[in-house]
Design a binder for this molecule. Structure first.
Ligand code: FAD
Length: 353
């Protein structure tokens, strides 16, 4: 017997995928979200206790639903908000399941293959049929690397979540953006002997539009420097990471060897566009430096392959607000296209606001 076709299959349960699921439920579409990690996995990967830089109204799924203790929510408050949004609205999310392959069987028929593990670690696979696909896959799949000797040592991390294992350790943070600055600040404040290696252009950048570190990160960071707990090295390149040291060249050409127990390389990350490319979706250089984004129509977010839509961080919209806003506009257009093709009989779900 042929598996019934979903109207819409959504890949990824970050803010974009959750917003898409919400919109699909409102439209009465048959849909499912496949998420390889947990609900809001990227936000779960933020540093423990971190305060969001966005305001509540930019992050919440319903006006007034997110009620942080302080002015802006913490990682934990935001995560809880998204999880409860899923629970309260009965959104259909298959967490712990990864989309690994997709074929196009007919013009309006995609066959989606997934892999997961059961509770005792046995591998499982599943196949779904869907008329439309929405990729909401974020841009965290491939953390950028320095590509230097020693980068694969176990003490080198490409994500930072928690400063507490590193109290009184020699820590190096490499990177020039907000994530690197926050990690250096958290480590230094919580007793790691921290060095931040940053390019001069990033350190001197004060332009928020050019991705300068947020002033509420820079001010305490500068206090840590003044009070002698944090050292900033304006570097040209990291030369080598060894078990006990890091060798780097400063922007003045000086060679330094720094004692070291742990390294955080926080120089950004990229989306995995493999599935999209395999389906024939074209990509191009994105607006943010060093990024590659799928080509999509700005009004509909449909790619050059009919029936494949994109939303969220791996497009040119790199914050939570557009990740939530875009699916609210796009999913009703998908519903319209399904109705026009005669697939969808305006059935409304039991879903309530
Ligand atoms: C440390 C840090 C701090 C940030 N702070 C802020 C902030 O304060 N304010 C703000 O607006 N933005 C912030 N951002 C950016 C923000 O997190 C992203 O813009 C937002 O998460 C984008 O949502 P998304 O749904 O597009 O992608 P994501 O939240 O990344 O979700 C994508 C999901 O897709 C899943 N996925 C990917 N591939 C597959 C697959 N093949 N199969 C199944 N699932 C898949 C992933 O597991 C992931 O859960 C921050 C980012 C970082 C890293």
């Amino acid at each position: 017997m042929k598996t019934p076709s979903l109207d819409l299959l959504i890949i990824g349960a970050g803010p974009a995928g959750l917003s898409a699921a919400d919109a699909a439920a409102r439209e009465g579409l048959s849909y499912v979200v496949i998420e390889k990690g947990t609900i809001a996995n990227t936000i779960r990967g933020y540093p423990v206790g971190r305060t969001l830089f966005s305001t509540t109204n930019e992050l919440e799924m319903r006006e007034g639903a997110l009620k942080p203790v302080r002015e802006k929510p913490t990682r934990e408050e935001l995560l809880s908000h998204y999880v409860h949004f899923v629970l309260d609205h009965g959104l259909l999310i298959n967490a712990g399941e990864e989309v690994v392959d997709i074929e196009r069987a007919e013009p309006d028929q995609f066959v989606v293959h997934t892999k997961s593990q059961d509770v005792i670690g046995r591998a499982a696979s599943a196949t779904y049929h869907a008329r439309r696909l929405l990729f909401a896959i974020g841009a965290m799949d491939h953390p950028r690397r320095l590509n230097v000797p020693g980068e694969d040592l176990p003490k080198v991390h490409h994500r930072f979540v928690d400063p507490y294992p590193y109290v009184r350790k020699e820590a190096l943070v490499v990177g020039g953006g907000n994530s690197a600055a926050e990690a250096a600040l958290f480590l230094s404040e919580e007793g790691a002997r921290t060095t931040m290696a940053i390019w001069r252009s990033d350190w001197e950048n004060r332009d928020p539009k050019a991705g300068a570190m947020k002033h509420w990160v820079r001010s305490p960071l500068e206090r840590e420097i003044t009070e002698g707990r944090l050292r900033v090295v304006l570097y040209e390149q990291v030369d080598e990471i060894t078990e006990r040291e890091v060798a780097l060249t400063t922007d003045a050409g000086e060679k330094l060897r720094i004692p070291n127990d742990v390294v955080f390389v926080l120089v950004g990350s990229d989306a995995d566009l493999t599935l999209l490319r395999r389906l024939g979706v074209k990509t191009e250089a994105g607006r943010a430096a060093f990024t590659e984004v799928p080509v999509y129509k700005p009004e509909t977010f449909e790619t050059n392959v009919a029936g494949i839509y994109v939303a969220g961080h791996f497009t040119n919209a790199r914050h939570i607000k557009p990740a939530i806003d875009v699916p609210r506009k796009v999913v009703p257009l998908i519903a319209q296209s399904l109705r026009a093709a005669g697939y969808f009989d305006k059935r409304r779900s039991e879903y309530r606001l």
